[in-house]
Design a protein around this ligand. Structure first.
Ligand SMILES: [Fe+2]
Length: 167
């Protein structure tokens, strides 16, 4: 290999079908692990984020209520299977984004740069996550989900990612 030539990752050397499998199954594992951690029993759910996370959300979205409305709209407007995220980008911005299938904002090579970063909130938008209780009513599912978001964990995640990237 000549000096300065791009270095291929180990996964890029694998057959495409294997790469696709790693992307899908690896993403599904990471995403669902996160999804459960961002949930808490309804009675223990806080009303919203605390401390610096709350201030950062208000700085980017105006109010907590406006943030919830924007996140809900993004999740409702996402076509097909995927995920909705609150992402802390390397440039310090907190943004709402969605990804398709099992992709997530950590997958730099598969998401737009504006959607890349470390997520501090995750919502599963696959129909399998709500069909048994809400049929195809994604809106009802999202409304119910807000009641079980683990804001304590969101706030902790915010503290961790801002420590990595700086604020
Ligand atoms: Fe799922």
């Amino acid at each position: 290999m000549s000096r300065g030539a791009p270095v291929k990752s180990v996964s890029q050397k694998l057959p495409q079908v294997v790469q696709d499998c790693i992307r899908h199954s690896g993403g599904a594992h990471v995403n669902h692990t996160a999804f459960w951690r961002f949930l808490s029993p309804p009675k223990s759910a806080h009303l919203g984020p605390q401390g610096k996370a709350a201030m950062h959300i208000e700085k980017e979205f105006g109010t907590f209520h406006e943030f919830k409305a924007a996140f809900t709209e993004a999740a409702l407007n996402h076509d097909g299977s995927g995920w909705a995220w609150l992402v802390y980008r390397p440039d310090g911005r907190l943004v709402i984004t969605t990804t398709s299938n099992e992709d997530n904002p950590l997958m730099k090579e598969f998401v737009d740069w504006r959607d890349h970063g470390r997520f501090i909130l995750a919502l599963d938008l696959w129909e399998h996550s709500y069909y048994s209780k809400y049929k195809n009513n994604r809106k009802k599912y999202i409304e119910a989900w807000w009641n079980v978001v683990n804001w304590n964990f969101v706030s902790k995640a915010h503290a961790i990612v801002t420590g990595i990237y700086g604020l």
